[in-house]
Ligand binder design. Sequence first.
Ligand SMILES: Nc1ncnc2c1ncn2[C@@H]1O[C@H](COP(=O)(O)OP(=O)(O)OP(=O)(O)O)[C@@H](O)[C@H]1O
Ligand SMILES: [Mg+2]
Length: 417
Amino acid sequence: MSEVPGAGSTGVLVVEPMGNAGPFLAAAAERLGLRLYGATHREIHGRYAPWPTGELAGVCFTDLTDPDRALDDMESYCREHRIGAVAACWELFTPLVAALAARLGLPGNDPALAHAARNKIAMAGAFRAAGIPVPLDAVAEDAAQARRAASEVGLGWPLVVKPAEQGGSWGVSVVAGPEDLDEAVAAARRFTRAMPHGLALDPRVLLQAYVPGPEYSAETVVLDGVPYALPVVAKDTTAGRYRVETGHSCPAGLPPDLTRAVQHAAARAALAVGVRNGIAHTEVKIPPGSDTPVVIETGARLPGDNICEIVEAATGISEAVAYLQAVTGRLPETGAVREGAAAIRFLLPGRGGVLDHVRVPEVPGTHSEIGLRPGDTVPEPADSSGRIGHVVAVADSPARARALADRAIAGTSLRVK
Ligand SMILES: Nc1ncnc2c1ncn2[C@@H]1O[C@H](COP(=O)(O)OP(=O)(O)OP(=O)(O)O)[C@@H](O)[C@H]1O
Ligand SMILES: [Mg+2]
């Protein structure tokens, strides 16, 4: 195990703890006896509610969109507070976290490769260099280039158009034919800055051949360059032009050889983008008739979508604990302690508008959370912001967990005006 430069320190600085995994990191820190500090913008901190204000031992206020200033501020803060580890909780800041760990001499990811964990164009290059199966792709700066690239590279139809840098399926479209390409490129280029931080984004778009088949995700925790596999999760998405995640379940129901193949692909993807002391969330698809997972993307962070909750409910493994162990130089706990199952289903209204009414029935074995209140705006169901809540079900088999969550979703009364 690594010599921890911050040995004796119990502090971990989390760069933007507001991410979906934030509450899981807070619970994990408590279990491990670590103090969690946050780094964010002062005005964003002012809007934190109710989480994570009460969970943090302190906050480093900085400007995360200005890497030089952020690194100076966070370095001083870590030295002042004797913080011995750094962690990411926001995908676009994972290169910043790698740079900070390197500056402080703390366990972290390879700063020279870290950009590939944020930028899907660089990621495709890193995957290809490592020999990882990926879809054929092309890069374009505008619709004319995209039209040319689509035909010259022979991506076929449908193809997928996505922003070089984004998350939450924002700006991602599955394009059926050439007539829809211009609109998809415009959608991928719509956001030039990532909110709420205002981080400037690479305006280029990535075109990828469409990979058919079911989709899965798996985390890989890495300690000193050695990957440890975490459970495979099955992912459900909408089927049309916009692929919004509608649910996840664990275990994924794959035979053991395919489970290992997904975990192997995920580990290779994590290492290819320089994850060295950290965690990665990798998404793959397995084409029909194939036993080779094709990697769609990876991120050097914990999963979103409450996957931490699903994995822990099903297996007893806390991915957030494993992540904090990796960044503090300890051997991560990755063994399942139970053989249960869990599923999450998202409430995704069929159209945008104003929420008039929503009520999720009480189904034993499930619990639900609604993020909007009547009168709130419901975004169009084109990306993950269109989801207004979720149902989690825990059971003894994945089929039963999915059925329970589906029953709660089917019984939900929902009106959007
Ligand atoms: N090449 C592809 N072939 C088939 N489907 C794809 C492809 N690329 C993306 N998708 C679908 O679109 C979804 C979103 O794409 P991607 O994961 O690249 O974007 P993202 O915004 O980072 O997603 P998220 O943050 O929601 O995971 C994928 O989960 C998958 O369902
Ligand atoms: Mg994705």
